[in-house]
Design a protein around this ligand. Structure first.
Ligand SMILES: O=C(O)C(=O)C[C@]1(C(=O)O)C=C[C@@H](O)C=C1
Length: 360
């Protein structure tokens, strides 16, 4: 590099130092306001999902670049996370162990200042928040390739927890191994869903005799591969980092838009953000036309549905419950009318929560 180039870099670095000092001062000023808000809230609820969604949406809207909307939203996500921790540090229960995509979703939503608490099962995730041992829960609810996560839906029916947010995460799977080459792989460990999501890639890239073994989580698969040099695992970045594994092949999922949606659950649902969803569970008598009967009041009142999922009811043979996500806030007039009409035709209607649509 020439002297002139070095001098130019030096000038830019001096400008960056001066700007960093200003940014630092402004962030701390912001944190003082958040702290004061925390004092006013007292022992009340500190985490306000609707406000966080509004802050992130506005930042994306007023951003003039060159940083992307996504990039600036991620930065502000972390600033808010640190500000919230100043008011009260939150504990977020998630489907563990450490290094799972659910942990990545929890961090994407709450930022790195939140404490994350790994749980052994989705049931335990619900239990620890219901018991007050954690403030919020993050649980997977659907994957674009594999469909619904039945256990999360089933637990929502009986739980006192409310949905107060959603997280949408692009799922990238990698082939991980302790050694840095493909030779001599005898077994591949992965969660059953990851094996299914990478089925074609495995058929094409690994010899047929390589055994595919499903384990309880991708992170567990990575842990096992880290202990046995004859094995590989399919898991994501967080697990690769945690268990110090090499990425032999990246993004091996068959479906390039592989996405998982997670629910954020807490003691109360969210206030209106301006761009919200409401989730309902509806049970209908087992007769012809039941599905139409429960979908029709929503459609007639102009409440648009983003998801409609039926599951066998766990209480009666051949009875079904329907899970509906709609683009509305619970207090919206058309939503209230639709709900009243639904209650006329359905055996049971439960509002699982109103919450801001995912922003990042
Ligand atoms: O506006 C509030 O209620 C705040 O506490 C401030 C703040 C923020 O940093 O902007 C922090 C935490 C809340 O979840 C929402 C927003």
């Amino acid at each position: 590099m020439s002297d002139q180039q070095l001098q130019l870099i030096q000038q830019h670095r001096e400008a960056i130092d001066a700007l960093d000092a200003q940014i630092l001062q402004l962030i701390n000023e912001r944190a003082q306001h958040a702290h004061q808000i925390g004092v006013i809230k007292g022992s009340g609820v500190v985490y306000r999902p609707e406000r966080e969604a509004q802050v992130l949406t506005r930042i994306k809207e007023i951003n003039q670049g060159p940083l992307s909307g996504e990039a600036v939203a991620r930065l502000f996500r972390e600033i808010m996370s640190a500000c919230l921790a100043l008011e009260k540090p939150l504990t977020i229960a998630y489907l563990g162990p450490e290094g799972t995509f659910t942990q990545a979703a929890a961090i994407k939503h709450f930022g790195h200042a939140a404490n994350t608490l790994p749980c052994a099962s989705i049931d335990e995730v619900f239990r620890v928040v219901e018991a007050g041992s954690a403030d919020y829960a993050v649980a997977p609810v659907e994957n674009s390739t594999e469909g619904a996560v039945g256990r999360t839906l089933d637990l929502m029916v009986g739980s006192s927890l409310k949905i107060c947010g959603e997280v949408v995460l692009r799922i990238h799977h990698h082939l991980l191994r302790a050694s840095d080459n493909m030779a001599g792989i005898e077994r591949v460990y992965a969660h059953a869903q990851a094996l299914a999501q990478c089925h074609e890639w495995l058929n094409q890239n690994l010899p047929a005799q390589v055994e595919r073994i499903s384990v309880s989580s991708n992170a567990e698969a990575a842990r096992m591969a880290s202990l046995d040099p004859t094995c590989a695992a399919i898991a994501g970045d967080a697990a690769a980092e945690k268990y110090v594994l090499n990425k032999l092949a990246q993004n091996i999922e068959d479906e390039p838009n592989n996405t998982t949606r997670f629910l954020v659950l807490g003691a109360q649902s969210s206030a209106r953000s301006g761009k919200d969803k409401t989730s309902l569970v509806i049970s209908a008598p087992n007769r012809a036309g039941a599905l139409h009967a429960v979908a029709e009041p929503l459609a007639r009142n102009g409440v648009s549905m983003t998801k409609f999922e039926s599951r066998p009811s766990r209480t009666g043979l051949w009875e079904y419950v329907f899970f509906a996500d709609v683009e509305a806030y619970i207090d919206d007039e058309n939503m209230q009318t639709a709900l009243a009409e639904l209650q006329q035709v359905a055996a049971f209607v439960k509002v699982l929560g109103s919450y801001p649509q995912a922003v990042i």
